[in-house]
Structures are given as structure tokens and as C-alpha cells.
Design a protein around this ligand. Structure first.
Ligand SMILES: [Zn+2]
Ligand SMILES: [Zn+2]
Length: 318
């Protein structure tokens, strides 16, 4: 029984788990690498469970809802406080963000604040200057980034519900996946013509949707500091990339974002599609969020004058 409790706490409780790790060790920890690889391998079960239009629609919706929770809330709200909201809405989107299986809101936002302080310097945990894999997924598969950087996120760490979600984020993801299994089973029972099942909905709505969602988000760390144009002369390598902006609901305007991180919008001009911002504006009209911070005019037009040029930014490490 004691062994069982210990295994459960190591599996579900980040705080207990951190105590067992050497947090200075930065090499890949296989206890973290295998579940990550497993998440990808389970997607192959699509060959057994098949596919149906309803499963694909749910997978896309599951992607969009959770990507919005990540971009608008984990990033623009928890990390940058670019708008205000109620405690209820804050909590609901913290849950959907945790369902994206990218750790809890305090961990995510705390590490992201660290990224802005040290972008593309040796301190940055995911600079592509250290190589693509390091910036894409190597940085969180070691022990060094395992713990929530509490000192960087004290403002939100005073909400016990956020602390709980942050500590047991994997439980949220498991409940989300179970709900999708339940939805598929229910549809199979009441509407069999749809051709779906619990297992099919689990594979498409959770596993496939989650793997695509994770990689799209990670591309902002890896590719949006490598490929695209530079409108503003920031101290880092950030780029504006329309394709990444499209798949991440607006996060691809990353050079804009590093130029002025405090604004609720990342597409600074009307032609820079920023779906998260449009959704936030809709939520503002419904009274769910307010005080969306704009881009100051002076900063918006402070171009470097050499947009698109691939320059080595100031302070670049040799
Ligand atoms: Zn960045
Ligand atoms: Zn940011």
C-alpha cells in the first residue's frame, strides 16, 4: 500500500516528484522522455479505432479551445497580465490550459516570464541558439525546468485553485481525456449512425489533437526565433511568421510580441491575423474580460527600418 501511494504521488503530484529529482541535472530524464514519446505513439491507435467526421470535428474544436486557453490565458493573461478578468473565468481557462498537457498555469507563465527576461542569452532555457531540439522540447525533458519558478509568479500563486491545478496538472489532463472517452461512448449509444466510439473519440479528441497542439505551441520557442521577418529591432532573435500565427491563433507575431509584450494583441496591424485577440474582443463585449491593453502608438511605429533582414541582434552571444 505504501509503495502504491508513493507511485501515485510520483505520478500525479509535481511537488512530491520534484523532491526526488536532481534539479541541477539538465540532461534528458527518461522518466519524462518516455511519456512524451508515448503520447505520440498512442496516436497510431487511429489505425485500429478508425475515423469519423464527428471525431475530426471534435479534435479540431478540442485543439482550438485549448490553444485559446494557452495563448490568451496562459500567455497573454497569466504571463503578461495584458487584460483583466474575474476569478471564475481565470479558473476555467486555467483548467482548459492544463488540459492542453503543457503543465500548469504557474509553471507555464513563470517559465515564460523567465524567457522574456533572458531571451536568447545563455540564461534562456529554450533559445534556438542552443539547437533546434533543445529549444523545441529538450529544455523541458530534463530536470532543470521541472519546478515552477515560484519567485517569478507570486502574483498568481496566491490563488489556491491555481496552485492546485499547477501541482496536479496531469489529473486535469486525465479527466479531460476521460470526458472525451465518455462523449464518444455516449454518441455511440444514442446516435450510432455517426460511426464513432469512446476509443475513437479519445484518440482523435485527446491524443492526436494534443500532440499537434503541443508541437504548434513549441514552434513559437523554436521556429519563431528562427524563421520569419523582423520588423522591430529587439534584443533577441524573435520573428514574425504568418503561418505560425495562423496555427497558434496569433502567437506567430513573435517579433511584435517581444517588442511590446504587454499588449493583449500580437498582430499589431489589421492584416496580421490574431484569432486569440478577436476572441478576446468578443469576450470583452460579453463582459467576461476587460481592460485589454493596447499597443502604444509610439512603439507600434518604431520600426527598425530593415524589416525582414536576417541580422544578428544586439547582445548576441558569439
Ligand atoms: Zn520568444
Ligand atoms: Zn510572451
Amino acid at each position: 500500500m505504501h509503495t502504491l501511494t508513493r507511485w501515485a504521488s510520483l505520478l500525479f503530484d509535481n511537488e512530491q516528484r520534484a523532491r526526488t529529482l536532481d534539479l541541477t541535472d539538465d540532461s534528458p530524464n527518461w522518466q519524462r522522455v518516455w511519456p512524451f514519446i508515448g503520447l505520440h505513439l498512442v496516436c497510431l491507435a487511429a489505425f485500429w479505432v478508425g475515423v469519423s467526421p464527428v471525431a475530426v470535428v471534435v479534435a479540431v474544436l478540442s485543439y482550438v479551445i485549448r490553444m485559446f486557453a494557452i495563448t490568451a490565458f496562459y500567455h497573454r493573461y497569466f504571463a503578461h497580465k495584458s487584460f483583466k478578468t474575474s476569478r471564475w473565468v481565470q479558473g476555467i481557462f486555467a483548467v482548459f490550459g492544463a488540459a492542453a498537457t503543457q503543465r500548469g498555469p504557474l509553471w507555464w507563465a513563470g517559465h515564460h516570464r523567465h524567457h522574456h527576461r533572458h531571451s536568447d542569452t545563455p540564461e534562456d532555457l529554450h533559445s534556438p541558439r542552443e539547437g533546434f531540439w533543445r529549444s523545441h522540447c529538450g529544455w523541458f525533458l530534463g530536470n532543470r525546468a521541472f519546478e515552477t519558478p515560484q519567485h517569478l509568479i507570486r502574483d498568481f500563486a496566491r490563488y489556491p485553485e491555481l496552485v492546485w491545478i499547477d501541482r496536479f496538472d496531469i489529473v486535469v489532463a486525465i479527466l479531460y481525456a476521460s470526458a472525451l472517452f465518455g462523449l464518444g461512448s455516449l454518441l455511440n449509444a444514442v446516435w450510432p449512425e455517426l460511426g464513432t466510439s469512446g476509443w475513437q473519440m479519445l484518440i482523435w479528441g485527446y491524443f492526436i489533437s494534443t500532440v499537434v497542439l503541443i508541437h504548434a505551441t513549441l514552434c513559437i520557442n523554436s521556429l519563431a526565433h528562427r524563421f520569419g521577418s523582423r520588423r522591430y529591432e529587439t534584443r533577441d532573435d524573435s520573428r514574425n511568421n504568418w503561418f505560425l500565427a495562423l496555427i497558434t491563433l496569433g502567437e506567430g507575431w513573435h517579433n511584435n510580441h517581444h517588442h511590446h509584450a504587454g499588449s493583449a494583441r500580437q498582430g499589431f496591424f489589421w492584416w496580421e491575423v490574431d484569432i486569440s485577440y478577436y476572441l478576446l474582443k468578443t469576450m470583452e463585449k460579453l463582459g467576461l474580460v476587460w481592460d485589454l491593453k493596447p499597443v502604444p502608438e509610439g512603439k507600434k511605429y518604431a520600426f527598425s527600418g530593415r524589416s525582414g533582414e536576417n541580422r544578428s541582434p544586439k547582445g548576441a552571444r558569439q
